[in-house]
Write a new protein. Sequence first.
Length: 483
Amino acid sequence: MTNLSDTLTVRQRWLIFTAICSGIFLDSKEGSIVVVILPALVRDLQVDFTIVQWVVLSFTLTQVAIVLSVGRLGDMIGKRPVFLGGTIVFLFGSILSGLAPNIELLLLFRVIQATGGAFATALSMGIVTEIFPTSERGKALGLFSFAVSLGGVAGPFLGGLLLEFLSWRWIFFVGFPFSCVSFFLAWRYMPGANPGGRQRFDWTGSFLLAAFLLAFILFLTFGPRFGYRSPAMLGLFAVSLLALALFINTERRVKDPLLDLSIFGNAQFSLNLSMRFVSFIVIGGVYLLLPFYLTNLLELEPVAVGLLLTTTWISFGVASPFAGTLSDRYGYRRIAGAGLVLMAFGCYTVSTLSLETTILGFIMRVATLGLGMGLFQSPNNSAVMGSVPRERLGVVSGLSVIGRTLGRTSGIAALGALWASRVAAHAGPEFIGGVTEAASAAQSAALRDVSYAALAIVAVALILSAWGILEARAPHRRLQGGT
C-alpha cells in the first residue's frame, strides 16, 4: 500500500501542515484565553463564579468525551471530511459564543464550539503522521508542539489586550481568520483518502467511554471542593468504574470496536502513552501552584504573574522543534530520556524556590522544567504515533488527547490536594483559615514537598522509559540466543 506521504509534494505537505497548525493553535489558545475573561463574565452577565467556571469546564468535558469517537470516525470515513466539518462547526460556535446574550446560551454555544474543535483537532497528530515520511515525523510533530505552545502563550496576552480595548466578546471573534485559513488550506490541499471497507460505528462503546471520562474528570475536578468521600463524589467514582468495566467488556465483543484493545499489546505504544500521561500529571500539578507562589509569596501584580507563567510555554515551544529533529536523527528513546532527566532536574530547581528568589531566578528554574517537557514531548508523540498501523492513527491521536487531559486533570487534583495538606501540616495545628492565608514559610515548604513528589513521578516515567528500552532490545537478544 502506497503511503500518503509519497503522493504529496513538499509544498502540499507543508500547506496541509499549516492548516493543521492553524487549527491546533486556535484550540490551544482557547484553553488559555477564556480563563482571562471569567471575572468580566461574572460582572457583565451577573452570575456567580460557580456557574461561570462551566464556561471552561463545558469546553474541556465536551472535547475529552468525544475525542476518541471522532478519531474512530476519521479512521472510518477519512480524515478530510471530519476535519473540514469540525472547522466549520468550531467557527460558528465561536461566533455564537461571542453573541451570546446570557450565560445559558453561552454554555450551549461553548459545547458547540468544543464539538467542532474536537472534530478539527482530534485527528491532527494522525494527519501530521500520515503526510510526513518517517524520516521527518519527529521534526513535524516538534513543530506541531510549537504551535500548541504558541497558542498557550498568545491566549492570555490576546485576552488581556481585547479586554482592555474592546470587550470579552471579541475573544471569541479573534479566531475567525485562523479558522478561515485552516478551512481553505485543508479544503484545497488535503487529499480525500477513503479508508475503504464497510464498518459500523460503535455507538455503545462511544457512550460508555464518554460516561467514564465525564464522571472521572468531574470526580477529580470537584473532589477537592466537596471532599472525595462525599456521597456525590463517591457516586461519580462508582459511575466511572462501572462505565469503564462495561466499555472494556463491550469492546471485547463487538466486531468493529471504537477502541481495538489489542493495540495495548504493543509494549512500545503502551509504555510511551503511559509516559505521556505521567508527564502531564507533573506539568498540570506544578503549573497549578506557580501562580500561588508568585502571588502569595512574591506578592507580584497579576500582569507580572501572567507574563512569568508564559515561561513554561515559551521554553516548551523552543525545545520542541529541536527535539523532534534530533529524534529523527538519533532515535526517540535517547532524546525523550534526556527530556525526562531534564524534567526531573526542573522539579528539583522548582523545589528551591523561596521568598528570596529573584524574577530571573524564577525564570531559570521554571524554564528548565519547560525545556525538559519540550525535549520529551516531541519524541514521545513520534513514538506513540509511529508504533501503530496507519488505519488506527485517528483513534491513537484521540488517545493522546485523552492521555494529556487525564494526566493534567489528575495532576491538578492530586498535587493540589498534596499542597493543601502540606501547607496545613507546616502551618501547625493552631492555624485556622484557608491554606492560601497561611504563612509564607508554610506555603513555601509545601511547594518544596510537592516538587519532590513531582520529581518522584518523573522517576516513574524514567523507569517506564528504561523498561521500553529493554523491551525494544529483547527481540534482538532472543534472536542472538537462537543462532
